[in-house]
Design a protein around this ligand. Sequence first.
Ligand SMILES: *Cc1c(COP(=O)(O)O)cnc(C)c1O
Length: 370
Amino acid sequence: MKVPFMDLSHLSNELRHELQAAVERVLTSGRYILGSEVSALEQEVPAYCGTRSGVAVGNGTDALVLSLYALGVGRGDEVITSPFTFFATVEAILQVGAVPVFADVDPHTFTITAQTVESRITNRTKAILPVHIFGLMADMPGILQLAKAYRLLVLEDACQAIGATWEGNGVGTCGNAATLSFFPTKNLGGCGDGGMVLTQDEELAQRLRRLRVHGSVQKYVHEECGWNSRLDEIQAAVLRVKLRKLDEWTEQRRSLARRYDEGLRDLPLKVPFAPAQARHVYHLYTIVTEPRDALKAALAEKGIETQVYYPLPMHLQPALRGFGYQRGDFPVAEYLAEHCLSLPLYPWLGTDQQDHVIESISRFSATAES
Ligand SMILES: *Cc1c(COP(=O)(O)O)cnc(C)c1O
């Protein structure tokens, strides 16, 4: 039996007719940039997430860059973030000329916490950028309290966490802004690139709306230097179709995750931690195990594809050489990079496929122990 890590073609089959109709609608309209589909998506996604505004942009990375810029983060400012994330988080900080400062992650949630962040604050710190990695929100009440005490901005990297909540509050509802990615493999993914900034701050949203079109409100009049970073109408139309399925898909992810939890419970590995106050949306189902590489190889032999997110922490990236970080600086992030393994998990993963994964891991553990 083959168990691919991800299978996006299934999704297109399930929604083929609706997606075709949506694309057709855009083709017929003849309007491809910043038209009614993007406007509608900018109503629907914030409504789903519980925020006042949403500004659609070209991708999740641009959502981070434009947010930092619009919040006034720039040259010389320090931004505290996670070393255990996708590179785009750090890239955005560097692109606005700011300095990425890392705080280690919690070994259970894999996110930064008020505790790990506080000792990294200096008088140059301008913002905290928690990453809701794998679909679990960071402890936002703790981070927001710290931000308030030190007068810092909070930007959430929610690119993996649309629909996630903490004590019932969704991403982007409490901090200054949150970013989403609509990259095809994300929980809400388009048929191409896309992203959005969520915020409760309508003034910030207005600034972002002009930054994404060359700093312009009125055509050919430019208030400031901006970017060309827009979500196109076809992507917006596709995303609107998929958004209607998102809750159902998220519940499927959550119930498959519970099935994994059950099936893997007694094995020598750590299943994802999901605190009671959190709604984990399981963008990825990531276990931690000492013989990670051996397990990955054993599963590959059984036709099961797994992935390592992420094998090299941010402070050890070649692009950050100049910052003087060393191995040993963030031991939890480094440990996770060496022992994390993401298992196949998507809404349409069959329970027979999942049972094959569980049985193969059990068998591997039994042989490894004997
Ligand atoms: C996907 C992702 C991004 C970047 O999103 P793109 O749409 O690919 O630019 C940023 N941060 C995290 C944590 C992500 O997973």
